[in-house]
Design a protein around this ligand. Structure first.
Ligand SMILES: C[S@@+](CC[C@H](N)C(=O)[O-])C[C@H]1O[C@@H](n2cnc3c(N)ncnc32)[C@H](O)[C@@H]1O
Length: 267
C-alpha cells in the first residue's frame, strides 16, 4: 500500500487537529504499517477513501478507531522510579496531612501508571483520602486499563515479584488481574488533552508523562497551560524524563527530586 503526498498531508492535518499527534515529514511508513490491516478489516477500498470518511462528521466513530491505531501506547510499571519515590517520600505524606486529595494521570495508556500510583497509595495507607483519575484519548487502551488484566510479558516490565503477589490475582496461565482494592481507587475517563474539560476541577498532582513529545510546540504550550489551570496552588506536575516546559507556558517552579525533576505551581 502506498500513500500519495496529498493523502499524507490531509491525514497528518486531521490527526494533529484531532489528537495533537504530529507526524514528521517522512513518516508515511508509520501510517501504512498501522493502517494497512485496518483498511482491510473495515472494508474500506483505499487509504484515500478512509481519509475521506474520517474527514466528515459522520465518520466520527471510524476516526476514533484510526486514532486508537495511531497512538503510541508504550508504558511500564513504576516508570523511571523517581516520580514514585518522590510521591512516596514527599508528596503523599503532605497530602495525607491535607486530607481529601486528587491525582490525575492525564495520558494513562493501558493502566500501568495509575495502578502503580494506586499501589503506592495502599502501601502508604493513603488510599482512603487520595483518589486517582486516569484518562486517555484512546478508548482501546482505556478498556484494557479498566479490566486490569496483564500478561506475564507486560508484568516483566517493572512489576517486582513482591508487589505482583500482593496486588494481583493469577487468573490463568499467562494472565494476572489487578486486585479490586487497587482498581477501586482509580476512575477512568476518556479525555483529549486538547479539550480538557473545565468541569473536572483541580488536582493536587498531575502525571502527564511521555505524551507531549508527540506534539508541536504550540500544542505543548496549549496543553501545559490547561494543566496549569487544572492544578491546585502548590500542586505538582510530572512530565516524562525527556520532556520539559515550553518557553511560552505559564511558569511552574522546578523542584529537583534527584534524579529527575517535578514542576510545582506557586501557592
Ligand atoms: C507513550 S504513552 C505514555 C503512557 C504513560 N503516561 C507512561 O508514561 O508510561 C502516551 C499515551 O498518550 C495518549 N495520547 C496521545 N494523544 C493524546 C491526547 N490528545 N489526549 C490524551 N491522551 C493522548 C496515547 O493514547 C497513549 O496512551
Amino acid at each position: 500500500m502506498d500513500i500519495s503526498s496529498i493523502d499524507y498531508s490531509k491525514f497528518r492535518e486531521i490527526l494533529e487537529r484531532q489528537s495533537g499527534i504530529l507526524l514528521g515529514d517522512n513518516k508515511q511508513y508509520l501510517v501504512v504499517s498501522r493502517l494497512a490491516n485496518f483498511i482491510k478489516e473495515h472494508n474500506v477500498a483505499s487509504l484515500t477513501e478512509l481519509i475521506d470518511k474520517i474527514a466528515i462528521p459522520s465518520g466520527a466513530s471510524l476516526l476514533q478507531k484510526v486514532i486508537d491505531r495511531m497512538t503510541t501506547n508504550e508504558t511500564l510499571w513504576f516508570r523511571d522510579q523517581y516520580p514514585f519515590d518522590f510521591m512516596k517520600n514527599a508528596i503523599i505524606p503532605a497530602l495525607k496531612k491535607k486530607g481529601r486529595s486528587r491525582i490525575w494521570c492525564a495520558a494513562c495508556s493501558s493502566g500501568q501508571e495509575p495502578y502503580s500510583l494506586s499501589m503506592l497509595l495502599h502501601e502508604t495507607m493513603a488510599q482512603n483520602s487520595i483518589e486517582v483519575l486516569a484518562s486517555d484519548l484512546s478508548l482501546k487502551v482505556l478498556d484494557k486499563a479498566k479490566q486490569g488484566i496483564y500478561q506475564d510479558i507486560e508484568l516483566k516490565r517493572g512489576m517486582p515479584k513482591d508487589r505482583l503477589n500482593k496486588f494481583f490475582t493469577h487468573i490463568d496461565d499467562d494472565n494476572w488481574q489487578v486486585n479490586s482494592a487497587i482498581r477501586a481507587n482509580v476512575r477512568y475517563q476518556p479525555i483529549n488533552l486538547l479539550k480538557i474539560p473545565y468541569t473536572q476541577g483541580k488536582f493536587d498532582v498531575i502525571f502527564c508523562r511521555n505524551v507531549l513529545i508527540y506534539f508541536s510546540q504550540e500544542n505543548k504550550t496549549k496543553v501545559l497551560n490547561a494543566l496549569y489551570n487544572s492544578l491546585q496552588p502548590g500542586g505538582y506536575l510530572f512530565l516524562g524524563a525527556s520532556e520539559s516546559l515550553t518557553r511560552d507556558c505559564n511558569p511552574l517552579e522546578m523542584v529537583r527530586c534527584n534524579p529527575g525533576l517535578v514542576y510545582q505551581k506557586s501557592e
